[in-house]
Write a protein that binds this ligand. Structure first.
Ligand SMILES: [Zn+2]
Ligand SMILES: [Zn+2]
Length: 187
């Protein structure tokens, strides 16, 4: 059976949010080959397949009343979103938080948005991966400048970025203008 396609998380195997593992999904009870590995902000399923994330079954079954994000009328299930731009429709936020695989990060992760839409999450990235995406590096430099970091400090920090260690950057791509975007966090 074909694996579901996620607009905002095109390759969960490549990003590390899923692995190729034979398992029986706790939500649908079906034997599956791909297992979700990312965070669940709700009841913790023993095993979860991507089909159940895609269909919305997982967020219905696993959601806990009074969970995170109730103020905004929506509990985050797989990803949290902060500072969503005004031009992003609510349906996009709903799809990202409830029906898209999330990703593990050292701190609370936050999805990136661009051109009035959610961006596609590509995966964690270190300096080496980011060098292929100068716009993403520029975005991190701007972020740091805003926080008052000295340029030398920023460059040192960027060179420490590691795909599997910390600090880590998270690489996204805009689905409309194709710009590369990145966020970062530190353990
Ligand atoms: Zn399932
Ligand atoms: Zn864009």
């Amino acid at each position: 059976m074909a694996e579901p396609i996620f607009r905002y998380h095109p390759d969960p195997l490549a990003s590390g949010s899923a692995s190729r593992t034979d398992h029986v999904c706790s939500v649908c009870g079906v034997e599956r080959q791909i297992r979700y590995q990312g965070p669940v902000y709700g009841e913790q399923p023993e095993s979860l397949c991507l089909h159940c994330i895609h269909s919305g079954a997982a967020s219905r079954v696993l959601s806990v009343p009074g969970g995170d994000g109730e103020d905004s009328g929506m509990a985050a299930m797989f990803s949290d979103v902060l500072g969503v731009p005004d031009d992003v429709p609510f349906s996009v936020v709903e799809e990202i938080t409830q029906r898209t695989p999330g990703f593990a990060s050292w701190q609370q992760e936050s999805w990136l948005f661009h051109c009035g839409d959610g961006a596609a999450f590509l995966g964690p990235a270190g300096y080496r991966e980011l060098e292929a995406h100068p716009e993403a590096l520029a975005m991190l430099r701007e972020d740091h400048q805003r926080y008052g970091w000295a340029p030398a400090e920023t460059e040192q920090f960027l060179r420490q970025l590691d795909r599997t260690g910390e600090p880590t950057a998270y690489l996204f791509r805009c689905l409309h203008c194709n710009t590369s975007l990145a966020s970062w966090d530190m353990g």
